[in-house]
Structure formats: structure tokens, C-alpha cells
Write a protein that binds this ligand. Sequence first.
Ligand code: ADP
Ligand code: MG
Ligand code: ZN
Length: 637
Amino acid sequence: MALVLIGILLSDVFENSVSFTTFVEKLKTDERVSDIVFDSYKISAMDGKKTLYTCIAPSAYGFSDFAALDAYLQGVGINLAERGIYVSFEDPNAGSIWSSILPFIGVVVVALIFWLIMRNASGANSAAMNIGKNKAHVQNNLKVRFSDVAGAEEEKEELQEIVEFLKSPKKFSNLGARIPSGVLLVGPPGTGKTLFAKAVAGEAGVPFFSVSGSDFVEMYVGVGAKRVRDLFDMAKRNQPCIIFIDEIDAVGRRRGAGLGGGHDEREQTLNQILVQMDGFESNEGIIIMAATNRADILDPALLRPGRFDRQINVNLPDVKGREQILKVHARNKPMAADVNFKTVARITAGFSGAELANLLNEAAILAARKGKKLIGNLELYDGINKVLMGPQKKSRVVTESDKRCTAYHESGHAILACLCKHCDPVHEVSIIPRGRAAGYTMTRPETDDNDVSYNKLVDNICMSLGGRVAEELVIHDVTTGASADIQHVSEIARRMVTQWGMSEKLGLVAYDSDQPVFMGMEYGNQSRGGYSQETAAAIDAEVRRLVAEAHTRATKLLKENRAILDNMSRVLVEKETIYTEEVSMLMQGMGYQEVIDEMEKREGRHESNPFARATEPEKEHVVAEDEAVTPEEKTEE
Ligand code: ADP
Ligand code: MG
Ligand code: ZN
């Protein structure tokens, strides 16, 4: 074992060492090279993890950074980007340790490593070997374009602005425009966040520096912060460019959460990111993008103005989006003539972009194994099953009957929101899962006033019960899907009675205090605000009355508008997401087929020009109750 190890390390350093001229000559024709690893002490050509050959001290030839080297190589006809060769930097200091010590006391180091491995036979060894390796990747001339990201037109539009800024930062800074320096992409795994970041770099034609938050975690104190500094320094020398921090939640979690601390390294890394972001001049041509699937656990400091103050939600695709993603990934796969992507898109509700890509790949593998020339429906369906059987998918399978049920539930909310005079207008209704909710209904206030009147609260309760009531009416059974609604409803009703003095029976008295209960304070007094059992019973009765009245009203309204309820759910099952326009068509009594036809007509128009859809900024919307963060969710982390 020891001999093998020594053998590997020595061969790495000595045997493959070549002069710079030889290095360049070899590089010209060598097809095996997939990576170039570069620091100021040595430069290596790699085939995956295997070092092919190394040239010590390229800086002696005057190449102290990648740009200079790249320019030189292009001069002699080697275009790394065109050949798909990735260039990555290693931490120069780590490099110096290896390249200066190894030749002299290499054996001692090897023995030391070996001893370390022996000592903690598991786990720690890999960390010890990786210490100091900078995993920051730089990719020049990325080939990814917006056209490779399918079915996310609104996100593309938002990012288009960033692309334009990167293309000509001067144009913006001359006018004093402040472009967001940080863009946070938020969405479930596999929805194309990384792809989007690359597409922005590709469209703008700027270098793409990427690093993953998880690279920073199991590291020794100080290394993470140093890496962040190096990364930003490197980026500053290569403006305009993009820095992409994937999985930023790994380092960006709320600081100080959890007892006992002990997250020094993570905190230092995060602090360094904040310091670096603050150190930017607004006109510098660097955009920092980051991706996370949970924005709620991020440290609020990250989201402050001047940092990641622009947030873009990347959601699971709807039917239309899924169809487009399938088409993008089928571009270079021979498909049988009878394959209908519309159908495949329909039955893959809940699939992310990555899962759709995976499904096509599985289908291609199956077809190849059967010796077929084309991928047919049979293989596609088997591919779907294969993806469905995958580990993380199991819990999220959306069946046709789930879809119908969710569609009725959300339609119930949406219709009541339209019928109740004091509810905000409906902006979007969807049966695409988001967070823990199976679907969501979003309303958006028309004005800025935040007053919550009695009528508004009563209407809000009524609308929130709509989902449950629709289930009762149509499915004659209820699901657990309404639990967030019910929680929301009881909370509002209780506060109306106990805090806002909105119950005649109990009068204008505040019964509950909003103060948190601290440990050590007298529990008995604190919890019930000092009122009697009878009062408690009266409160409960009033809360129940409010909810019951709203329930009766919701039932009556939905019964009267049963036709609309049926139509809206059918449109939802078909299209998965509908907006204000469709909702109002449905409310005016249009049939479902008519509405679907309308939507398809419009989609047809958009396909010709992906940027034609002028959408207003979406920052204002209020997310309706299904998205409300439940107490469990808040404490999850
Ligand atoms: P995330 O970073 O959100 O987890 P990725 O960007 O890594 O997701 O996506 C993984 C893969 O899934 C991509 O490389 C791409 O092949 C596919 N994919 C995801 N979303 C899309 C999309 N909207 N259009 C085309 N392909 C997609
Ligand atoms: Mg990713
Ligand atoms: Zn609901």
C-alpha cells in the first residue's frame, strides 16, 4: 500500500515533468487532455484525474496568470475553449508546498500522509489530501445559451438585463445606472439554476468562475476565507465576468443559529463573501450569481441591498415548459416519428428539467440496448418509470387523480378570491408543487394600503377555506392538502377575537399577548394571559363561529358557481398554471375548451419570439396561504 502510494506521487512529480516547449508541442495534438490545472508554480495537462505531463515553473516563461497563458496558446493555435478543455486554478500556496517540498523531502511527506491515513483509517484521509486545493473553476467561451434553457421565458427576460450589462458595462455606468451586483437563483434541485448561470456567461461571452458552497465546508479554519479572497481577486483581474457560487446555503446559513456554535469556518467564509461583495464598486463589471434551493435559511445579511438583492425564482416547469425541455434535450437524439412530446409532458407532472433530461437519456440507453435506430414511445415510458423509481422522486409522484384533486382545491381558492369583494385579485393559480404545497393560488394587492379591515379578514378566511370546500363538494372526501389553509384560518380567526377586538361577544379586550414565552418565566400566568376558563371557552366558541360562518358562505358560493369550478379545474389539469386573464375568462363563464384554445393561440404566438412576452415585474405579489411558512418549516433547520 505504501509503495503504491509513493509510486503514484513520485511519478506525478518527476516522470511527467517536461519543458514548457515540449508541453506546448504535446498539447497541440494530444486529444486525451481534458483539463489543465494551473498555478504559478506548475502547469499540468490532465486526463480526468490522471496527470499526463507537467511543466514546472511556467512563471519563469512569463505567464503569471491564465489570461496571459491563454493568449499565448491561442497565438500558437491552441484554443482551449474550442477543444472543451477546462482550466482550473490551484491555490498557489498549496502548490508551493507541494512543488518545493516534494522534490527534496518528498519521501518524508509521503510517509507523513501515510501515517495520517493509517491513524484515522476512515474519513479524515481524503480531507487531508485535498487541503488547500482550490476548486474554483474558470470556463471561458461557454457554449451554453439561453436557447438551451427551455420553458423559462420570464426568468430569461430578467436575466437578459444582466447579459446586456456584462456585454457593455460602460454603457450602464456612464448613465449612473446601478446594476444589481448579486443575483440569487432560487428553486428546487434540477430546475436549471446552474444551467441558467452558465447561459448568462455564455450569452455575454464572459469568463465564468464557479465554486460550490459545499467546497468550503469541511475545511480548516481560514482556508475557506482565503479561497473566497483568491476567487474574487482572480475575478477582478478578468472583468467583466461572472462569479457563480452554487449551493450557497452550505456557507450562507443564518449565523449564530444552533447551540454551541462551532461553525467558525463557515462563518469566516460567509463573512469574507460579504466583505468582498461590499468591496465592489457598483460600476465594476462583475456579477455574482448564486444558487440555492432554500432562500429562507440564508443569512439575512446576504440578502441586503448591494449584495444578493435580486432574487429570481426558478420553478418546476409546467406542461408547456416540460414539452420544450424535452424538445431541447431531444435535439440530438433520433426520435421515432410517432413520439408525441405533448403526451410525454402531460404525464410527467412534477418532473424537474434534470429529470426530464435524465428520462430521455434512459430512453436512449434502452433503445440502444435493444439495437434500435430510433427512440420510440415504449422506451420513453420505460424511461419515465425508471426516473419515477429513483430515490428522491418517490415522494413526489403526481398522479392524474392527485392533479385533479389539487386542481379543484386551487380553483376553490381562486373562485372565492374573485367572488369575495375584499379579496385581492388573483394573479396566478397553479397545480405545480412548490415547497410543501401541492399547488398554489397567488393574489396581488391592487393598492399599497395595508389596512386589514374586518370584512377583509372575513373574506380572507372564506377564500382560504375554498380549497377544502371544493374537495368536499366534488370529491366527497377530504385530503390532508388543506392543513396549511386550516392553520392559517384558525390563526386569523383567533387573532380577530383575542387581539383585534373584532368579536362583539368578547369586546375590545386583548386576551393574548404576542410576547414570546421565555424559559424560566412563570408559565401558568404567561400562557393564558390571565383570563378564566370561561373566557377561554368563549374565545374558542367565537373562533369556531367565525370559521363556521365562513365555511357556510364558501360552500354556498361554490355550489352556485359549480360550473366555473369544473371549468377551471379542467383548464388547470390541462395547463397546470393559469394567470389573471384566464381566471377572468373563466369567471365570465367561458367554457374550458374555449379558454384552452385561447391559451394555445397565445402560446403559438410566443413561440416565434421568446422575448415577446412583456410581463410586469413580479416582485409585488403576495403568496397566498398555501405557501405560508408553517411553524414546523421555520424550525426545520
Ligand atoms: P440545478 O442547478 O437547478 O440543480 P442544473 O442547472 O444543474 O439544475 O440542471 C441539471 C440539468 O438538467 C441541466 O444540465 C440540463 O440538462 C437539465 N435542465 C434543467 N432545467 C432545464 C431547462 N429549463 N431546460 C433544459 N434543460 C434543463
Ligand atoms: Mg446546480
Ligand atoms: Zn389550499
